[in-house]
Design a protein around this ligand. Structure first.
Ligand code: SAM
Ligand code: GLN
Length: 279
């Protein structure tokens, strides 16, 4: 790209470069250029004839290169929208996915508006599920755990920025940090990608610990199925996100571990992505 290139031309070049890499090449190019210029996206549309200086061209080219190598846009911008909140993310956290909003939506249906329920989010990452529930249910106490201290630092920063004080963050292996306590609801988006999944190449920039879970992708869910029983009140609800081809096996695991009222919820594409069970 040339120095003195104009905004409109830079956007056209950037969009071409990202075609085939991203599902939204034009939008990605706009966000990256706005970031390189340190202006809001709307500025680009109001000033298409402005020329970029050398430093801005360099910043834009470097972002385009990283994006072309499948680096998620959210790691370049440092943030991601989830449940109408802007969350900080880093390479220590999974980028929250839109489909995880289905899990939040289902969890909320099990949490009455005015009751002081206690809720546990296992494997909170940047805090997406815990913070969305905390925002919608200010009377509830949310506990969020993760084995990654680095991810929890990001989650705590998100809670502070959003001024959500009803969430506590604890570090440790699944339910270990909450041993001896009981919750009304447990929600989790655990790692569930099988070890040899071809998708892993595309996901290479995200923490492998957030994605991988043994040969069939179900190791974490097997652990949660056993451990969650000891920290859920009798009659409480467990909700787990999973891959669309894992529903049947998960129902079998939960049933074998004594969970009742097992049901599964489809995503917008009609595929089962959340399993719900009663303890
Ligand atoms: N809840 C976030 C979301 O939905 O965007 C992150 C989900 S990510 C798929 C799974 C999370 O589980 C990661 O943050 C990872 O660090 C955490 N994790 C992996 N193994 C764990 C373990 N043994 N105990 C607790 N958390 C674990
Ligand atoms: N939905 C993620 C993906 O395959 C996987 C997240 C997870 O393992 N929980 O892009």
């Amino acid at each position: 790209m040339n120095e003195f290139l104009k905004i409109a031309a830079a956007l056209a070049d950037g969009t071409e470069q990202l075609r085939g890499v991203s599902d939204s090449p034009r939008l990605d190019a706009e966000l990256l250029l706005a970031q390189a210029l340190d202006v809001p996206r709307s500025y680009l549309f109001a000033h298409p004839e402005d020329a970029l200086d050398r430093a801005a061209v360099e910043r834009f080219c470097s972002s385009l290169e990283r994006r072309s190598d499948d680096l998620p846009l959210a790691y370049i911008s440092g943030e991601k929208e989830f449940w109408s909140m802007t969350l900080i993310v880093s390479p220590d956290t999974l980028v929250p996915r839109p489909e995880t909003e289905l899990l939040v939506d289902q969890a909320l249906q099990h949490i009455p508006k005015n009751e002081n329920f206690s809720i546990l989010d296992l494997g909170t990452g940047c805090g997406a599920i815990a913070l969305a529930i905390a925002k919608e249910r200010p009377h509830c106490d949310i506990t969020a755990t993760d084995v990654s201290d680095a991810a929890l630092a990001v989650a705590r920063e998100n809670a502070n920025r959003l001024a959500l004080a009803n969430v506590e963050f604890l570090c440790g292996d699944w339910t270990a940090p909450v041993a001896g306590r009981t919750f009304d609801i447990i929600a989790s988006n655990p790692p569930y990608v099988p070890e040899a999944d071809p998708d892993l190449e595309r996901l290479k920039h995200e923490p492998q610990m957030a994605l991988l879970s043994g040969k069939d992708g179900l190791d974490a869910i097997r652990r949660i199925s056993v451990e969650a029983k000891s920290v859920l009140r009798p009659g409480g609800t467990l909700l787990i996100e999973h891959g669309d081809n894992q529903a049947e096996e998960i129902a079998r695991i939960l049933s074998a571990d004594g969970w009742g009222e097992i049901s599964q919820v489809n995503d917008l594409a009609g595929k089962p992505r959340v399993t719900i069970a009663t303890g």
